[in-house]
Design a protein around this ligand. Sequence first.
Ligand SMILES: [Zn+2]
Ligand SMILES: [Zn+2]
Length: 169
Amino acid sequence: MDSWPALIAIAIAVFFVMEWVAWAAHKYIMHGWGWGWHESHHEPHDDLFEKNDLYAVVFAVFAVALFALGTFADLPVVTAVASGITLYGLFYFIVHDGLVHQRWPFRHIPHRGYAKRLVQAHRLHHAVKGKDDCVSFGFLYAPPVETLSAQLRASGKVAAEAQERRAAP
Ligand SMILES: [Zn+2]
Ligand SMILES: [Zn+2]
């Protein structure tokens, strides 16, 4: 298949599916058996890189492999899929590494609209210590902040941590 509109539609569909893939990978892999890499992202540090960046490398290698397959085997659909994954990676980098974690040399904090909601939601993801009882595992879609705050309150983890800090000498 090599009709451009269809290929672009595939790339855009893959882009949206990737949000679900990233959500599931974050919730069930990174906060599960993959915590060994992801933990570095939940601990405060001054290093330029985190072990967690290896996940981005894995996704990038996967996308590059698909681009190679699409090009050399002349499979435009595969190239379209690889394009969708890469586009998602770009948005993920802008929102997560850029807007939320400020891993770029300029400071911009969105104060309005959907971008603000995304940033606040991911800050809430980092509101509790450790891998359990976290909320908001998506990156480009986030539930309303009130919903996430209610989830956090319901788990009692934030209150328990505050209690712990007060008890500490
Ligand atoms: Zn996480
Ligand atoms: Zn983060």
